[in-house]
Design a protein. Structure first.
Length: 255
């Protein structure tokens, strides 16, 4: 099983999960359509082998306008959050949907007032579960063993609190932005509390969508804090890939 990050963060998000039969599930459509096609080609992924697409929510860094329509024209199924309260009443949260080589369960996330999904993904040929959760202040509790967590860790609360105090004292315009981030994104502290509650240690934690705002995020702090909770912890950057074969991990160098 291979997980590839092409783009992560506020400028765009796009990832793929490919199983041992070379069948692929795409996550997010937050980069231009033709850039997606180019990246898939470079990765030797044929559109014929793309079995489905999951979109967390409809902000442009996760879904560029018209991208979903273009891929639907290729008859690739897409799962997205509901548009209206009426749709939400009948939306299949917490229910498995089969997308050929993958089973997908939409889970309700929390991103301010925006409808947002997390996803539990079962890769059938690999017998592995992946939890994908981004742009949310909550990570859903799952009873099954999650092999890989792909989760947003956007900022560190104690760092942002210190900056908020500075903003308040200096009447800085960043005050509103920092408050909004705390209401719509996952912090290191909330993620740590979640992982601390797990009874089964995951194989891998991949952190996504970290803030590039000065002072909000610190790589060393995140890696040190999360290290006890998984065999492998990494902060995902554009171009990173992760390969798991029979319980073994291979990085970019194949080591």
């Amino acid at each position: 099983m291979r997980i590839k990050c092409y783009a992560t963060g506020s400028r765009g998000n796009f990832y793929t999960i490919t199983d041992k039969e070379n069948k692929t599930l795409m996550l997010e459509l937050g980069i231009p359509y033709y850039e997606i096609l180019k990246q898939l080609k470079q990765e030797n992924i044929s559109l014929i082998d793309v079995q489905g697409i999951l979109v967390s929510h409809k902000h442009t860094d996760h879904l560029i306008e018209k991208n979903d329509e273009k891929f639907r024209m290729l008859r690739i199924p897409i799962i997205m959050p509901p548009n209206t309260l009426e749709e939400e009443q009948n939306y299949p949260y917490n229910q498995w949907k089969r997308i050929k080589n993958f089973l997908v369960m939409p889970l309700k996330a929390r991103h301010g007032s925006t409808n947002c999904n997390s996803y539990l993904i079962y890769v059938i040929s690999e017998n592995k579960y992946i939890l994908f959760a981004t742009d949310t202040t909550i990570i859903p509790k799952i009873k099954c063993k999650i092999e890989v967590f792909m989760v947003e860790i956007n900022y560190i609360e104690e760092n942002v609190k210190a900056l908020l105090q500075e903003d308040f004292e200096n009447e800085n315009q960043s005050l509103a932005y920092r408050n909004r981030a705390s209401q719509t994104h996952m912090s290191l502290e909330k993620a740590t509390e979640y992982f601390d509650s797990l009874k089964i240690k995951p194989f891998m934690i991949l952190t996504l969508h970290h803030s590039h705002t000065k002072g909000h995020f610190d790589r060393e702090q995140v890696l040190k804090k999360l290290d006890p909770y998984a065999n492998i912890v990494d902060i995902v950057e554009n171009g990173n890939f992760y390969e798991i074969k029979g319980g073994q991990f291979f990085n970019e160098a194949g080591e």
